[in-house]
Design a protein around this ligand. Sequence first.
Ligand code: G3P
Ligand code: MG
Length: 249
Amino acid sequence: MTSLVIPRVIGHRGAKAYAPENTLSSIHAAADLGCEWVEVDVKLSKDSEAIIFHDEELIRCTGVNGLVKDFALAELREMDAGSWYGESFLNERIPTLEELLNTVLERGMGVNLEIKPCPGREKETAEVMLDVATRIWPDDAPPPLVSSFQHVSLETAMDMMEEWPRGFLMDEHLENWQELAQYLNAATININGNTATRDQIEEYMEYQKPILAYTINDQQKAKELVRWGVDAVFSDNPDTIMEILSPKH
Ligand code: G3P
Ligand code: MG
């Protein structure tokens, strides 16, 4: 396996502070700011196509009432996923995973694919995502980091593509995190940087793998986390954080 090289700052949902999250514009915004990596959320349409979208509900980012899982890809593609953010993004589309990966590759970036299944679709979402991503992603490019809060999704990713690194995501501290991370052979520990304590971070450091913290938009907080032992942060405004963190890999 190629060794995992993670930059200090990863653009969250692209560069969420500058463009509608999880859209191709957001990926381009992150690239324009100099991000080496972006993080995006992957879920499935009703007809089991992999798309890039965060919420289970459509309302916040499209203005449409309803759940993502109840709409086919063709219907989702009719929706305007940009103007909620700003008029200049009118008619921005919900990207397919394929479009997203091609854009990331065109811009020469790395990617963290967070498997964000709608409830009950934990295994299927991982399967479809890995099918698409392994078909598109070149063998000679550093592989995507595949993360999830859902252990079944990570287990599926491990079974399908063991060589691709997995990020063990935690919102709150889990007592049995180390057992789970070891079972899943996690390459990174991805934590909520706004709630994690210094003691918890010290405990995660025992695992001796990179610690990634989300979602850090404040310079002082980013500095503090790095001082405590965090290796990289996800940020909506990655430019602001890159300004103050050294680009150590
Ligand atoms: O993967 C890091 C972060 O994106 C996890 O939380 O809710 O922003 O997807 P969320
Ligand atoms: Mg995410």
